[in-house]
Design a protein around this ligand. Sequence first.
Ligand code: TXE
Length: 483
Amino acid sequence: MELKNYIAGEFKESLSGEWLDVEEPATGRKYAKVPLSNAEDVEMAVESARSARGQWGDLSFEERSDWLTRIADGLELRREEIASLESRDTGKPITLARNVDAERSISNFRFFAEMLKNHRGEEFEMSDAMNYVSSKPVGVGALITPWNLPLYLLSWKVAPAIGMGNTVICKPSELTPMTANLLMEVIDEIGLPAGVVNLVHGDGGGAGSRLVGHPGVDLVSFTGGTATGAEVARTAAPQFKKISLELGGKNASIVFGDCDLDATVKGVTRSAFLNQGQVCLCGSRVLVERSIYEDFKHEFVQSVEDLRIGDPASEDTELGAIISRGHLEKVEGYVALSIKEGGVCLTGGPGSSVSMEDRLKGGNWMRPVVVEGLPVDSRCSTEEIFGPMVTIHPFDGEEMAIEIANNTRYGLAGSVWTTDLEKGRRVAENMRTGMVWVNTWLHRDLRTPFGGVKDSGVGREGGKWSLGFFSEPLNVCIKDNSD
Ligand code: TXE
């Protein structure tokens, strides 16, 4: 299958004539090609988005809300296709692709459609004048997304961006382009005005960085690795573009002695290994109060070993394949490093490969790994690994737990597991992150702010934070001088 760019309401081949192969993580086989777009493709996409700005920005919030609902309806009709494309493209289990990726991609459009219907400006009265604050579009947005939650994250950006009157250019990860293409098909079918949503495929250093640096792009919303985020900021900041960066994480799951053990083991296992640990929110450091360390460890390792690894297309698979050969090698490198740093693998580890059969033989497979005994400041305990490998550490008391949790350059998320809710809240308040869950994980209310601090990024998206980022407030102060 050969994908095309989507520019000015038309599917177009790249002017470069060059392609990138798309591989299926579960088999290692090439199964599609995406255009390796060049500067001219980016130029056309920016031109298309700029020409569509005026008319689109002039529509009312209600009219744009109706368009978002039509996109959601179009995606709804292809819900199962989204799930199977996403599962094949990323290697994630089909049940996860169905219940999380397909579900959230549709609800992102519905959620923002609803928010827009109720969107009103603000008023601030003075003794002698009145202020009216209205939201204006920023202009053209570059929306750059990673491979772990392809349509979920793209829809999270497209919906509020066009909802607030911007026109956009999407640049999905070159590793997982399929559902972005499906979204363009839906947008084309429903007849969204040409140029409002454009898409250029290609690599980060090519199409991605050209978009970020293009003077015709007014804002950049980026989700991906921290090093790439720094590069995006370096390029965009001197042009004073609005930037939102959602980057990596090294999130702690803090387990107290008074937790509900069964529910916590289940919750911490899910938080550590969902999507093979390839979610920026994954709890990759498990901190356990010493009083229950041995009991918890035993139950946790058992629960990790019970996870069913297998064909992503199979309904009972719980752990699928790793996104790419390169990424698998990176994660395996960390497993080897953990031994050098003094760790002991409680399950999985160097050499404990997964033997898959038939068509899955050439895929990127690895067993989940749990490592104990590492210093809390070791590389494996503080760097983002982004795979099915977690470290486990004992702690004594709240203060020590907080200190270890904060001992990393990242600050995205975390979770606290305790039946003492007051303590849960106290600990959460002291974690230097953007989000903390108590007795749950990845429990999302789309109205809440999403994003992190420190090297986990800049800014927040979600609910009114998205509407704020994707718009410019205009304050008009009116004084009535007539008597
Ligand atoms: O991300 P990249 P990758 C982390 C994780 C992973 C690492 C690298 O640690 O190992 O990032 O993953 C585009 N200008 N996360 O290589 O490179 C690129 O084409 C503009 C965390 O996939 O950051 C893709 O569309 N764009 C993360 C997107 O940026 C550029 C999820 C992300 O690619 C670019 C995924 C450039 N110079 C990985 N270079 C999370 N926080 O959820 C690349 N891109």
